[in-house]
Design a protein around this ligand. Structure first.
Ligand code: ZN
Ligand code: ZN
Length: 162
């Protein structure tokens, strides 16, 4: 479901560079390195995840720079910010993927994406019913992923047989 075009990360990097230049903000190597990590991320990384990825690439970027760059990326509209109620933020780049919603596992933190035409139509209808102009929305379903549910079932079976 995650369709990443080979040129999209490069394209995003260019747009971010332009965004910084337009606002007369310094285009530093560190900022671009933080942005690159996010533009290449297939999932919804946290600040910790991004810092780990930078370290793995042998890149040293201060935490303050990571936070500042993430804020700029969100402001630029190239990155979407999520709060899945875990006590920390997660991020994902925008244009590599089309509009989608999320299922969030409250135990292991796994995030699954989905697209549903009927849901989209339903949300339009709800907005209409309230004479609301529908601009955008976020749908998040919280619960347990199949892995965690399976583990629960296995634990239950073990406790029954013991
Ligand atoms: Zn889970
Ligand atoms: Zn997503």
């Amino acid at each position: 479901m995650t369709t990443t075009r080979p040129d999209s990360a490069l394209e995003l990097r260019e747009r971010f560079t332009r965004y910084l230049r337009d606002r007369r903000l310094p285009v530093t190597r560190q900022r671009l390195q933080v942005a690159d990590v996010l533009f290449h991320a297939p999932d919804h990384p946290s600040v910790d995840g991004i810092s780990r990825d930078l370290k793995r690439r042998g890149v040293t970027v201060g935490t303050a720079t990571v936070y500042r760059t993430l804020d700029l990326l969100v402001e630029s509209g190239l990155v979407r910010e999520h709060d899945f109620g875990e006590g920390f933020r997660r991020f994902e780049s925008m244009t590599t993927r089309s509009h989608h919603e999320h299922l969030v596992c409250q135990r292991c933190g796994q995030v699954v994406e989905f697209v549903n035409e009927r849901l989209e139509r339903m949300l339009d209808m709800i907005a209409d019913e309230h004479t609301f102009l529908h601009r955008r929305h976020r749908v998040e379903i919280f619960g347990l992923c199949p892995d965690c549910r399976g583990r629960d079932a296995a634990d239950l079976r073990a406790s029954v047989t013991s």
